[in-house]
Design a protein around this ligand. Structure first.
Ligand code: ATP
Ligand code: MG
Length: 392
């Protein structure tokens, strides 16, 4: 009997002709995160599942936690791999159930090998009988606490008790690169995670005003990137110096409109970075109506400075939902650490809630964007952040 990780994949099952490419990409991502988690072993496709076989003495729980962070993974379970033979399956099932959380159970069987002498229902009944006898647990076919799963292929039976949901979606690399505007707050890391889950390759971009933000915010961005990087192994990060821009904006633009211009300036710089990175869009944590800069009017004005589509997956989410998601993906505790926000630099107490792109073009007339963007891009610092092993 061998201990393995049994992984079911999500939507890639629907991708028809591209299926193999998607699966190869998912296998690559799984290998990358296992390496970073410090787990050695093999990753292999077995009919409609992926089997991770950690080497002797490896930490299976750690391997499980790592693979559960990879987009494309619908679910994963610690499983036993045995001969496709009734007695071995029964024994593996009762052992697995003994290690699972308490409560009622049921057995579910999937048979890829139709040659097996029992059909799925008969096999579930036979295995269930043994499990009931050895565990003294009750069977509940409608709402069990634990589902014992038996998956039969021609060569193996995989037996598990309890599986955990993964992110679903598509493996990173299924879609083209996007630039994620990471502020250090709660929203932008969640938005970034959602686009990673849609298979985007992501480069994080943070605009940093050294003269008013301490090093704490850079540490936050680094830590957030270390969590998000688990989607694929690492996350490239660009830190853009923003003090010259902000100084110029404060001198030229009245306080109620500065926040809008700060964000337009970010897009102007990001437009250039996107060309360098060959990115096809931007990710932001915008959520309609959440703050003054996120009224429909102001978002219209701000996004008008972007030359590529702006993906704001939280646009229709409320704060409670966003916080729940942040907890679930592990960014919440980092995001709530206090930091100085460059967007609040010398802005009005009551910022404008309405604006138009034309109005802003006029207010920005005195700004030398060419030079400001040029300088910011030239001084941008880039590095890649590896997934942080401590968060597993
Ligand atoms: P968050 O929680 O993500 O900080 P927020 O609700 O505080 O968002 P804003 O401060 O208005 O909202 O920022 C909206 C979006 O603009 C952010 O989600 C982020 O994508 C982007 N953004 C703001 N400040 C920065 C920054 N310093 N660097 C990079 N992106 C930023
Ligand atoms: Mg913010």
């Amino acid at each position: 009997m061998e201990r393995v990780l049994l992984i079911h994949y999500a939507e890639i099952g629907l991708k028809g002709g591209n299926r193999h490419q998607f699966l190869r990409r998912l296998e690559d991502r799984l290998r990358q995160v296992l390496t970073i988690a410090g787990v050695t072993g093999t990753v292999a496709l077995q009919s409609s599942r992926i089997i991770v076989q950690p080497a002797e003495g490896q930490d299976h729980g750690r391997a499980l936690r790592a693979v559960l962070r990879v987009p494309g993974v619908a679910s994963a379970a610690l499983a036993r791999s045995v001969e496709p033979e009734l007695e071995a399956i029964k024994e593996a099932a009762s052992e697995a159930l003994a290690e699972a959380r308490p409560g009622t159970f049921k057995v579910e069987t999937r048979r890829a090998d139709k040659q097996f002498p029992l059909n799925s229902i008969q096999l579930s009944q036979a295995v269930g009988g043994r499990c009931a006898a050895t565990s003294q647990r009750g069977v509940d076919v409608h709402n069990p606490d634990v589902v014992v799963r038996v998956e039969l292929t021609r060569t193996h039976a995989f037996v598990s008790a309890g599986r955990e949901p993964g992110p679903g979606g598509l493996p990173v690399g299924s879609t083209t690169r996007l630039l994620a505007m990471l502020s250090g707050g709660l929203d932008s890391p969640v938005a970034t995670w959602m686009m990673l889950r849609r298979g985007a390759r992501v480069t994080g971009v943070h605009f940093h005003n050294r003269s008013l933000q301490g090093a704490a915010v850079l540490e936050k961005i680094e830590d957030l990137a270390g969590v998000l990087a688990w989607a694929s192994g690492k996350l490239p990060l660009a830190v853009v110096p923003f003090e010259s821009c902000q100084r110029a904006i404060v001198a030229a633009v009245p306080a109620p409109y500065r926040m809008i211009v700060y964000r337009r300036a970010m897009f102007r710089i990001a437009n250039r970075l996107a060309r360098i990175e060959r990115a096809l869009g931007f990710i932001t944590g915008d959520s309609l109506g959440q703050v003054a800069s996120q009224t429909a009017e102001n978002l219209c004005t701000i996004h008008a400075a972007a030359e590529l589509p702006v993906y704001a997956p939280l646009i229709g989410s409320d704060k409670v939902e966003i916080m729940q998601r942040a907890r679930q993906i592990g960014t919440y505790d980092i995001s709530i650490r206090p930091h100085d926000d460059c967007c609040s630099f010398l802005v009005a107490k009551h910022p404008a809630v309405k604006s138009t792109p034309a109005m802003l073009d006029e207010l920005e007339a005195g700004l030398d964007w060419e030079a400001l963007v040029e300088e910011a891009v030239a001084k941008t610092a880039r590095h890649a952040v590896a997934a942080d092993p401590d968060v597993l």
